[in-house]
Design a protein around this ligand. Sequence first.
Ligand SMILES: [Zn+2]
Length: 145
Amino acid sequence: MLDIRYKTGSEGPAHDPYGYEEWTIWSDNPNFVDPECTLKIHRGLSEWFQLSSLVYEGFKFQKLHGKEELWESTLEKFITQSFGYTFKQIERIYNRMQRPFCKECKVYPKGRDLEIFPGYPGEEVLVHRGCGNPIGCMQNMSYII
Ligand SMILES: [Zn+2]
């Protein structure tokens, strides 16, 4: 199961606030080395990502001046390793997860109310956790690439 949260806000001094965006990606895929992993990515005045899992217990990686490229590539590596997706794919999945509507319950379930099941090869089915009703599907990009 995969859960993706996205939020924006502001940080820094009140007279000179700076916008930030923050991604929290959570997965409990037993097929990966880290069976349960949370990755928080913060991009704003300060930029860092933090991994919380059995292997990386709260490991925080700060983006340092002059080391931006290393930071980006390390982040990408962790995302692919921990979730099986690239960041671009995570973004795409998140955007698609915002849409599904459960006709049964007349709600737009989000985040942990959604469960992802494998469907046909290369396809994943979104299921509303509360009622078990399939409410959409998406292509698993890793099959296409
Ligand atoms: Zn439902």
